[in-house]
Design a protein around this ligand. Structure first.
Ligand code: UDP
Length: 236
């Protein structure tokens, strides 16, 4: 039995780079697609929000002189490029899917509504929701919180390159220890960076738990669905 019936999977754009410094590593993409297909075959309803940091981030662009709003729009288009890549990889793996866009851009994808996403998932398709929230000054973490709440997901699975939430950044501090579970309040009190505050607060206020795990290890997504304690659960 799968632990969750409907999930919102957040994939960071940065992870899509794999060993590269920019863009999309097709091997990483194919590996993600295989992992997603694996849980799709178990009957889990899957909504996906994907980031764009491997291509463009508005805030970084603003630091280089780009207009912030245009930079954020470039970032949202970057998430769309990644979403199309993921859609293609899922189709190649034999996993039905559909792309829904936060900004109107048919024929690239249908304009997102909650009901289209739910209908697609109920028809056995993975719903890839691109373009973040459709508004500047937000991130795809916030986009994931919003979409996860809207589609009434049981949990947001945040696939990262770290295997959970630590007392400090484990890539910088070797003494950092990992939490099996942690409350939203403790995240604030300890000033831990699971997601940005807007995204975290949306999850807290709307009762959407977050499960942080390392998606870069093949088979891990299935382990999460099987209930193996490989990451960190953030809950109320
Ligand atoms: N973005 C935005 N609104 C949103 C989601 C994303 O403006 O609702 C822009 C923003 O510029 C952001 C970029 O898209 O930097 C890429 O998203 P993000 O940085 O969240 O990607 P990730 O870090 O997950 O790769």
């Amino acid at each position: 039995m799968a632990r969750f019936k409907r999930i919102l999977l957040k994939l960071s754009g940065e992870s899509l780079m794999g060993e590269q410094h920019y863009g999309i590593d097709e091997h990483r993409l194919a590996q993600y697609a295989e992992q997603i297909k694996e849980i799709h075959d178990m009957g889990v309803e899957i909504g996906i929000v994907i980031g764009g940091g491997n291509i463009f981030r508005g805030l970084k662009g603003a630091g280089k002189g780009f207009d912030r709003v245009k930079g954020d729009q470039m970032g949202m288009l970057a998430t769309t490029i990644n979403g199309l890549g993921l859609s293609s990889a899922l189709s190649a793996a034999g996993c039905p899917n559909t792309v829904l866009t936060a900004i109107r851009m048919e024929p690239i994808g249908e304009f997102y509504t909650k009901w289209k996403a739910i209908e697609a998932m109920q028809q056995g398709k993975v719903a890839i929701m691109v373009g973040g929230t459709g508004s500047p000054y937000f991130t795809t973490d916030t986009g994931s919180s919003l979409r996860g709440i809207e589609i009434e997901a049981d949990v947001m699975l945040k696939g990262t390159r770290v295997d959970g939430v630590y007392t400090a950044d484990p890539e910088k501090d070797p003494t950092a220890t990992k939490f099996q579970e942690i409350t939203f309040d403790e995240i604030y009190n300890r000033n831990l960076k699971v997601m940005d505050l807007t995204a975290t607060t949306m999850c807290k206020e709307n009762g959407l738990p977050i499960y942080v795990f390392n998606m870069d290890v093949p088979g891990n997504l299935k382990k999460v669905i099987d209930g193996e304690p490989i990451g960190t659960l953030v809950h109320a």
